[in-house]
Design a protein around this ligand. Structure first.
Ligand SMILES: *[C@@H]1O[C@H](CO)[C@@H](O)[C@H](O)[C@H]1NC(C)=O
Ligand SMILES: *[C@@H]1O[C@H](CO)[C@@H](O)[C@H](O)[C@H]1NC(C)=O
Length: 187
């Protein structure tokens, strides 16, 4: 092969690559357009010493135990009901089970790991989330996966405090769930 011919082969290869890449981009664009998704809100109610407990005490000398703070290192475990509206007596549509570990010295932030089991009208299963929670501000938690009708899902949930007074605190949980193309093909 001559040098000139070598060059032509190389240019041809690059062209083919560029064409395939362009098709790839428009292809994924197409999928993105048809991405199945679900957006809704539920309310999580947590009653201290009833649905949520401090299992391991955090370090002493810093932030104390208040409605919104727990000492650094506190291990908290919960199994909270998820209802359709902010009223605790409204329809039960799921549970949130998980644990959080206080991770800021001011006691306001924690790392949360939870499985949210959902019994919606058309979708049953669970989504698992992990992320940082701020006790007094909205927090986004990435969805790391799911089971049942939520197998392979991605997205995030936003947890926002609604009512932090009293023995039962309430958080609004906004779900933004996306099924990747291979998940909708499998179901
Ligand atoms: C929850 O239980 C712990 C341990 O028994 C107790 O120290 C704490 O005061 C209780 N909290 C409330 C709000 O009842
Ligand atoms: C919550 O729901 C119950 C039962 O449906 C109702 O009796 C009560 O008035 C509601 N509370 C509020 C604050 O809306």
């Amino acid at each position: 092969m001559t040098f000139a011919m070598h060059n032509r082969v190389a240019i041809f290869s690059i062209l083919v690559f560029v064409i395939i890449s362009c098709e790839g981009t428009s292809g994924s664009h197409h999928h993105h357009h048809h991405l199945k998704s679900l957006h809704f809100s539920l309310y999580q109610h947590e009653t201290i010493n009833k649905t949520g407990y401090i299992i391991v005490n955090g370090v002493e000398g810093g932030a104390g135990v208040t409605q919104t703070t727990t000492p650094f290192g506190t291990l908290f475990v919960f199994q909270d009901p998820l209802t359709a509206t902010a009223n605790r007596s409204s329809k039960l549509v799921g549970t949130s089970e998980g644990t959080s570990i206080t991770s800021s010295f001011d006691g306001l932030q924690s790392i949360s790991i939870a499985t949210l089991t959902l019994h919606l009208k058309n979708h049953k299963g669970s989504v698992s989330i992990v992320g940082g929670t701020n006790n007094i501000k909205p927090s986004d938690h990435p969805i790391v996966g799911g089971t049942g009708d939520f197998l392979f899902v991605q997205g995030y949930v936003t947890s926002s405090p609604v009512d932090l007074k009293g023995l039962t605190v309430t958080y609004k949980i906004e779900f933004h769930i996306y099924w990747p193309p291979y998940a909708t093909q499998a179901s």
